[in-house]
Design a protein around this ligand. Structure first.
Ligand SMILES: C/C(=C\COP(=O)(O)OP(=O)(O)O)CCC[C@H](C)CCC[C@H](C)CCCC(C)C
Ligand SMILES: O=C(O)C1=CC(=O)c2ccccc2C1=O
Length: 298
């Protein structure tokens, strides 16, 4: 990086650091859980939904901001120019901005708990935050052992979707628990894709991601099955009467799924070309979850 780039990071670097499209990940579990709640009970609390969405975005911001702080301590991000710590050269500031986001996000969830006079939702989200910390924070750093995908599936799938359903109805639902698998898989797909371009740095830092363990070629093959599983699963839920036929609208995301698999198959061992694949996975996640949830409302 030139002196100017260090002193005045480009907008492109800041956008890469903030990665706005990634926040679909925080919104969709709340959307799907709320959509299932409305379909089953005709209950929709707009204040709870909007508060939950904002809180989820803030909590995910904490996850990403603190990720850069914790990764700066292992050296794994030394070549990541869009790390907030590298961009600002002020790790304490980044750390406390992240904690502010977490605090504000949890305040929003506490507001829901207060409105409901019920600690269930805050308890679930605190568990999600624990999983999020254990993924990257000392002394756990479970992501470095390749366990991130498991944590991600449960945090953004069953836990977040059920928390959203409960926030609307104060009851539980086997339907929302079942369909949370779709959200969990679609979200975990993004994390799985995020490793392809980082194999060299991950190995150097001792991070045994699934792609470090499998290799990029086998990882690209696993990606196809992983991505494809979304679609027969949504069909199975319809055939079993768990979700309405309109949820097959989620198949509109198929072109993005095909693009993702082809792109990674062709470029799996070319870091500069495959580095954007997680954002193609975000497109799969966004359209699949948005239309899947819409299918419950129609
Ligand atoms: C930060 C995450 C992945 C990126 O990790 P990596 O170290 O590869 O990053 P860079 O490549 O950019 O350096 C996300 C990890 C997700 C984690 C396993 C679980 C997070 C849980 C959330 C805190 C829960 C949010 C719940 C909300 C929807 C209510
Ligand atoms: O920066 C990233 O690679 C990711 C950020 C993020 O918040 C997230 C959330 C859920 C699944 C994957 C990811 C990322 O890959």
């Amino acid at each position: 990086m030139t002196t100017k780039q260090i002193l005045y990071p480009s907008t492109k670097l800041w956008m890469a650091a903030i990665k706005p499209p990634m926040y679909s990940v925080a919104i969709m579990p709340i959307w799907v859980g709320t959509a299932v709640a409305f379909a089953e009970t005709k209950v929709f609390n707009g204040a709870v939904f909007s508060t939950f969405v904002i809180a989820a975005i803030l909590i995910l911001a904490w996850e990403n901001i603190s990720n850069d702080v914790f990764d700066s301590e292992t050296g794994i991000d030394q070549n990541k120019h869009h790390s907030l710590v590298n961009l600002t050269s002020n790790k304490p500031l980044v750390f406390w901005i992240g904690n502010l986001c977490l605090g504000l996000g949890l305040l929003g969830i506490l507001a829901i708990a207060f409105w409901q006079q019920d600690l269930t939702v805050i308890a679930i989200i605190l568990l999600c935050c624990v999983l999020g910390y254990m993924y990257q924070g000392p002394p756990f750093r479970l992501g470095y052992q390749g366990l991130g995908e498991i944590l991600c599936f449960f945090a953004f799938g069953p836990l977040a979707v059920e928390a959203a359903y409960y926030s609307q109805t104060q009851t539980w639902s086997m339907t929302s628990l079942a369909v949370s698998v779709i959200v969990g898989i679609a979200t975990t797909l993004i994390l799985f894709c995020s490793h392809f371009h980082q194999v060299k740095d991950d190995i150097a830092a001792g991070k045994r991601s699934p792609i470090v363990r499998l290799g990029t070629q086998k990882g690209a093959q696993v990606l196809v099955w992983f991505t494809a599983s979304i679609y027969p699963l949504t069909l199975l839920f319809v055939l079993l009467g768990i979700s309405p036929g309109w949820t097959l609208l989620s198949w509109v995301s198929l072109p993005f799924a095909v693009k993702l698999c082809r792109h990674v198959q062709e470029n799996h061992n070319q870091p500069d070309k495959v580095s954007n694949c997680k954002f193609i996975a975000v497109a799969v996640h966004f359209w699949a979850c948005l239309l899947f949830g819409l299918g419950f409302i129609l």
